[in-house]
Design a protein around this ligand. Structure first.
Ligand code: 9MR
Length: 341
C-alpha cells in the first residue's frame, strides 16, 4: 500500500506511466511500477512504425508482451497511438494516397481488433493540430489529412468505436498546457475542433493533454488553462493527462534546488487540472530519470542529466513523487472551486 495508484484511487482516478518492454524485467523499477500504477501506456511498442517496420508484415510481439504483463498484474492499458503523423512507417510516406489510405485503415482495424475488450482506452489520433501550417481549421498537414481529407478524425474514431466499443476513445494533443500566445491559440483551435467533431457525431470521449512541462516556464497560476479545462468539461468530455514530465533544462544545476522546483511544478499543475475538470487518469512519461526521452530532446546546457520524473536512477522516490502523491490524494470535488481572480 501507499503507492500513487492508491492515492489516485481516493479521487477515483488511475495513476500510471509509460513503459517499454525493457522495463518489465528491470528490478527494482518493475516493483515501483507495480506498486505505483494502475494503468500503463506502451511508450512506442504499439505505434505503427514499431508494429510495421516492413509494411505488410506486422509484428505485435513487443506490444503483446506489454499487454500481457499489464493484464497479468491487473494494470489497465492505455493504447498509444493509432494514427500519428510521426509514426507512419517510412516506406509508406511516399505511397500514393489510395495506397496510404488502405494501409492506414488496415493498421487501425488490425490493431484495435487485436486488443479489443482488453484495453482501457486508446489515443486514436495524436497531435492533429498545427496552427502554424496555416489552414483555416488549424489541422496539421499530415498524410492522414491528405489521404482522407479533414474527415479523417471522424473516420478513425468511428472505426475504433465500432471495433472496440468498450474502450475510452481519446484525442491526444501536445502544447495545450503552456502559457504562450501560441498555446492559447492552440487551445481555442482545439475547442473549435472538438465542437466540429461533436456536431458530426464523432465518438471522442476524452481529451488527452500530454503535459510535457518545463520547470520555471510553466506558470503556477494559469487562468487561460483553467478556462479551457472548464470549457472542455462543459462539452461533456473527460480528460486524461497522458504524458506528464517536467523538463529541468532551465533549472540550476544544484540537485536539491532542481528537484524542489520540479516537484513544485508537478504539484501546482496537478492541483490546477484536478480542480477544474474530470480527469480519468494521470500518467507520467516513464517513471525514473534514467528512462526519460528528455536527455535527447532537450539536453541541459550544462550537460548534467535531466531529473524530470518521480524516481531517480537508483529508483529512489524524489520530492516530485511526494508532491504528486499529495496532489492525487487531496480531497476535492472537480469544478467546485471558486474561479481565480
Ligand atoms: O518518448 C517516445 C520516444 O521514445 C519515441 O522514440 C518517440 C517516437 O516514437 O516518441 C516519444 O513519445 C512521444 C509520444 O509518442 C507522443 N508525444 C510526444 C512524445 C515525446 O516525443
Amino acid at each position: 500500500m501507499g503507492g500513487l495508484s492508491s492515492a489516485a484511487a481516493q479521487n477515483g482516478l488511475l495513476f500510471g506511466t509509460a513503459v517499454c518492454t525493457s522495463d518489465v524485467l528491470a528490478q527494482p523499477l518493475t516493483r515501483a511500477i507495480l506498486r505505483d500504477c494502475s494503468i500503463v501506456t506502451p511508450e512506442y511498442e504499439m505505434k505503427w512504425d514499431a508494429v510495421c517496420p516492413n509494411p505488410g508484415f506486422p509484428d505485435y510481439s513487443a506490444a503483446d508482451e506489454l499487454v500481457s504483463f499489464a493484464l497479468a498484474n491487473a494494470l489497465a492499458v492505455h493504447g498509444h497511438t493509432l494514427w500519428w503523423h510521426e509514426s507512419v512507417p517510412p516506406a509508406l510516406r511516399t505511397e500514393p494516397e489510395k495506397r496510404f489510405r488502405e494501409a492506414a485503415m488496415d493498421h487501425l482495424q488490425a490493431t484495435v481488433t487485436r486488443y479489443a475488450g482488453r484495453l482501457h482506452s486508446w489515443d486514436v489520433v495524436n497531435e492533429p493540430l498545427e496552427p502554424a501550417d496555416g489552414r483555416a481549421d488549424s489541422l496539421r498537414e499530415t498524410p492522414f489529412l491528405s489521404a482522407f481529407g479533414p474527415g479523417y478524425i471522424e473516420t478513425a474514431f468511428h472505426q475504433a468505436s465500432l471495433l472496440d466499443p468498450a474502450a475510452i476513445l481519446v484525442l491526444n494533443e501536445m502544447g495545450l498546457e503552456y502559457a504562450s500566445p501560441a498555446a492559447e491559440d492552440k487551445r481555442r483551435q482545439m475547442l473549435a475542433l472538438l465542437e466540429r467533431e461533436k456536431s458530426r457525431g464523432t465518438p471522442i470521449a476524452c481529451l488527452g493533454i500530454q503535459s510535457h512541462l518545463t520547470a520555471l516556464e510553466q506558470p503556477r497560476n494559469h487562468p487561460e488553462l483553467r478556462t479551457f479545462l472548464r470549457e472542455v468539461r462543459a462539452m461533456g468530455l473527460t480528460v486524461m493527462i497522458t504524458e506528464l514530465d517536467v523538463s529541468d533544462h532551465l533549472c540550476p544545476r544544484d540537485r536539491r534546488r532542481r528537484d524542489a522546483i520540479v516537484a513544485d511544478t508537478y504539484r501546482a499543475y496537478l492541483d490546477l487540472v484536478l480542480e477544474e475538470t474530470e480527469v480519468l487518469a494521470v500518467s507520467t512519461w516513464r517513471l525514473s530519470d534514467d528512462r526519460t526521452w528528455l536527455n535527447g530532446f532537450r539536453p541541459r546546457p550544462d550537460g548534467a542529466p535531466q531529473r524530470p520524473l518521480l524516481y531517480d536512477r537508483a529508483i529512489r522516490r524524489k520530492p516530485a513523487w511526494h508532491e504528486v502523491e499529495h496532489a492525487l490524494s487531496k480531497e476535492r470535488q472537480p469544478g467546485s472551486d471558486e474561479a481565480p481572480p
